[in-house]
Design a protein around this ligand. Structure first.
Ligand code: NAP
Length: 285
């Protein structure tokens, strides 16, 4: 069996085209959606992510700007800027690119962003709302994965789902979304004793581990849906996921590639969250 590929690049493009009308309608009413991305330091990977986020907004007619600080900047300077942006009626979304330099208290910075502008969905208020099954902003990567399930007509109700990884930005919110969708969810981590025992009985496997080609075909139940969140750079410069695509392609029922899978969906859902924030503000909510 060869798995059906869920094409994240094509889905991302389709969704972004669909956003244009909403952006135009908001702009016509004086509520052009605006996103500010704050970058501290000069990590090359972060610089690329930030550029793609800003350009993604501009390409569909939104306003977006980046604010860059030197890695040695005092945390208070960033907190003051966030306070200023919280009060700016033209800015609907504020995102602080992670990771922050070591002298920063990441939690404090994320909590400083107004919950109504927290388009990354990392503020405790938004995490709580998601946990209660009533999300306001869903973290962009797992949100993108949910859209891919939708596109692939994957019915999550009653399914066995295994999430590998328990980070706050991917694993945990992914697990909550799957729980909310009616799946029976197991969340694995580096201390899980027998990972294969879990993955090989799962109808759905989401890999968010950060280890190249970690999930192999022999770990997967025939016909399973395999979602690869990982982005790893190999020594030859090529990108690869946390899933060994070649071996899983033969076993899985549906699979996402890297590149061209979850990656393009993440920024797309950031745009979606920012547009939703602007729509809520326009509606007075
Ligand atoms: P992370 O914070 O490093 O978390 C990795 C998780 O994997 C941890 O919970 C860790 O367990 C678990 N893990 C490590 N080794 C394991 C093992 N042998 N068996 C089972 N679990 C294991 O990473 P992250 O931020 O969630 O990101 C995960 C991957 O997704 C990375 O490749 C990252 O680049 C990628 N990513 C992609 C996107 C996108 O847009 N596509 C967005 C975000 C992240 P412990 O908690 O026990 O350490």
């Amino acid at each position: 069996m060869t798995a059906q590929i869920i094409d994240g690049k094509a889905l991302a493009e389709e969704l972004r085209q669909g956003f244009k009308g909403r952006v135009e309608a908001l702009t016509a009413k004086g509520h052009k959606p605006g996103l500010v991305v704050i970058l501290v330091g000069a990590d090359p990977a972060s610089e690329v992510y930030v550029r793609n986020k800003v350009n993604g907004c501009l390409a569909i007619g939104m306003h977006s700007e980046k604010i860059v600080y030197d890695a040695t900047v005092d945390q208070q300077v960033v907190l003051d800027k966030i306070a200023e942006l919280n009060a700016d009626p033209n800015i609907h979304g504020i995102l602080v690119q992670l990771p922050l330099p070591k002298h920063f208290d990441e939690e404090k910075v994320l909590e400083a962003i107004a919950a109504a502008k927290d388009v990354d969905g990392f503020h405790a208020e938004n995490v709580g709302a998601l946990a209660q099954g009533n999300p306001r902003f869903i973290p962009c990567t797992p949100y993108g994965v949910m859209k891919m399930f939708e596109k692939g007509n994957v019915d999550l109700n009653g399914k066995e789902a295994v999430v590998i990884g328990r980070s706050n930005i991917v694993g945990k919110p992914m697990a909550l979304l799957l729980i909310n969708a009616g799946a029976t969810v197991t969340v694995c981590n580096s201390r899980t004793r027998d990972l294969k025992f879990h993955t090989s009985r799962a109808d759905i496997v989401v890999a968010a581990v950060g280890k190249p080609k970690f999930v192999t075909g022999d770990m997967i139940k025939p016909g399973a849906v395999v979602i690869d969140v990982g982005i790893n750079r190999l020594p030859d410069g090529k990108l690869c996921g946390d899933v060994d695509f070649a071996s899983c392609l033969e076993t899985a029922g549906q699979i996402t590639p890297v590149p061209g899978g979850v990656g393009p969906m993440t920024i797309t859902m950031l745009l979606a969250n920012t547009i939703e924030a602007a729509e809520r503000k326009a509606a007075g909510n």
